[in-house]
Design a protein around this ligand. Structure first.
Ligand code: NAG
Ligand code: NAG
Length: 341
C-alpha cells in the first residue's frame, strides 16, 4: 500500500517528535548531587581553580561531560565504555589542545628511512601482546604538554632495544623535548615521531628516563646528560601507508609508533574496543604494542597511550582492527613507523 503524501508527512513529524522527546528525558542530575560529585572529583584529582568564576565554568563542563558519559554507558550501544576520569572538567577542544601534540612534517627525500623490512612476512600469530614478552615499559604520563610524539617514539625504541638485547630500559622523553630543537620538533608544542628518530640517529642515541627524567615542560637541553647515549638505534622505517595488513606484519615483529586522531570519546575512554567516532586528521602519537580478538570475534589493536594509568585500561586502549576504511580506525594505519636496532 502506497502512503499518501499527507500520511508520510504526518509519520515523519511523529518520528521527529518521538526522537526529541527521547533526548529531552535522557538525563538530568539534580544540581546539588552534581555539585557534590564535582567537589569529590576536585579532591580526588587535586584540581585547583583560580577563583569562583573558574569553578562555575568548570562545573558546567563537568556536568555536561558526566551527563554525556552516563547516558552513553546506559545506552550500551558501543563495545566500549566511558568513565568520569581526570579529564572530566575539560571540553574536548581544550583537552585536545593540551594533551596530544602530533604534528606531521613533510620530510625531505634525503630522510633516513630505509625500506619496509617486513613486507614479505607471511605468517603472524592470531594475537600478540608485547607486554607479556617484557618488551613494554610502564605507562607514562605526558601531563599538560603536547609531547605525545616523544612518548610514541620512545615507546617503540624501548621495545626494539628490549627485543634485541633482552634488557628493558626506560628512556628519556625529556631529552627529546629539550634537545631535539634544531628541526621541526617543538617539545610541548608538538612534534613528529619520524623526526624524533632522525634526531636520535644524529645524536647517536638517547639517555635513560632515570638520568634525564620527565618534567612535562620545555627546558634547556642538558648536554651533559644528553651526552650519555645509553641506547642507540640504527635507523627507522615506515610502514606502507593505509594498509592494516602491513601494520599487522610490522606489529607482529615489534611495537610500532602510529599517529591517530584522538577526538571525541577517546577523552573519556575507559575499557573495551574503541570504534570511533573519529576522523583521520591525525593529532596524537601512540604506540601499537599488540593486537588480538575479543571473545565475540571483534579484532582490535592494543595501544599504549601516554595519559597515565588512570586513563583507559590502566593506560592502554583497544581500537577496532580491520575496518572498511583503508586508513584504519582514527587513521591508525596512515603514519606508522618504527626504529631499527
Ligand atoms: C561484540 O560485542 C559487542 C558488545 O558486547 C558488540 O557491540 C559487538 O557488535 C559484538 N561484535 C560481534 C562481532 O558480534
Ligand atoms: C620481498 O620479496 C621480493 C621478491 O622476492 C624481493 O624482491 C624483496 O627484496 C623482498 N623484500 C624484503 C624486504 O626482503
Amino acid at each position: 500500500m502506497a502512503l499518501t503524501p499527507f500520511l508520510k508527512v504526518f509519520l515523519a513529524a511523529f518520528i521527529v517528535v518521538e526522537m526529541c522527546t527521547f533526548q529531552a528525558i535522557a538525563r538530568s542530575i539534580p544540581d546539588g548531587i552534581m555539585v557534590e560529585r564535582h567537589d569529590k572529583w576536585i579532591k580526588q584529582h587535586g584540581r585547583v581553580y583560580k577563583d569562583d568564576a573558574e569553578k562555575s565554568k568548570r562545573f558546567r563542563i563537568f556536568r555536561e561531560n558526566v551527563e554525556y558519559i552516563e547516558s552513553f554507558n546506559e545506552a550500551g550501544s558501543q563495545p566500549y565504555k566511558l568513565a568520569v576520569n581526570m579529564f572530566a572538567d575539560l571540553t574536548n577542544q581544550e583537552f585536545l589542545a593540551s594533551y596530544t601534540g602530533y604534528k606531521k612534517v613533510s620530510l625531505p627525500k634525503t630522510n633516513e628511512a630505509t625500506p619496509f623490512r617486513y613486507e614479505n612476512v607471511t605468517s603472524v600469530p592470531t594475537s600478540l601482546d608485547w607486554r607479556k614478552n617484557g618488551a613494554v615499559t610502564g605507562v607514562k604520563d605526558q601531563g599538560f604538554c603536547g609531547s605525545c610524539w616523544a612518548f610514541s617514539a620512545v615507546a617503540a625504541m624501548e621495545s626494539i632495544h628490549q627485543l634485541k638485547t633482552g634488557k628493558l630500559v626506560s628512556l628519556s622523553e625529556q631529552e627529546l623535548i629539550d634537545c631535539d630543537r634544531a628541526g621541526e620538533d617543538q617539545g610541548c608544542e608538538g612534534g613528529f615521531m619520524e623526526t624524533a628518530f632522525e634526531f636520535i640517529i644524529r645524536n647517536k642515541g638517547l639517555t635513560t628516563e632515570a638520568n634525564y627524567p620527565y618534567q612535562g615542560v620545555d627546558g634547556t637541553c642538558d648536554t651533559k646528560k644528553a651526552a650519555s647515549h645509553v641506547v642507540k638505534i640504527k635507523g627507522y622505517e615506515k610502514v606502507p601507508a593505509n594498509s592494516e595488513s602491513s601494520l599487522l606484519k610490522a606489529v607482529a615483529n615489534q611495537p610500532i609508533s602510529v599517529g591517530i586522531e584522538a577526538s571525541n570519546d577517546l577523552q573519556f575512554y575507559s575499557s573495551g574496543v574503541f570504534t570511533g567516532v573519529c576522523g583521520t586528521d591525525l593529532n596524537h602519537g601512540v604506540a601499537v604494542v599488540g593486537y588480538g580478538v575479543t571473545g565475540n570475534g571483534t579484532k582490535y589493536w592494543l595501544v599504549k597511550n601516554s595519559w597515565g594509568t588512570g586513563w583507559g585500561e590502566k593506560g592502554f586502549l583497544k581500537m577496532k582492527r580491520e575496518i572498511k576504511a583503508k586508513e584504519g580506525i582514527c587513521g591508525i594505519a596512515m603514519e606508522a613507523c618504527y626504529p631499527t636496532a
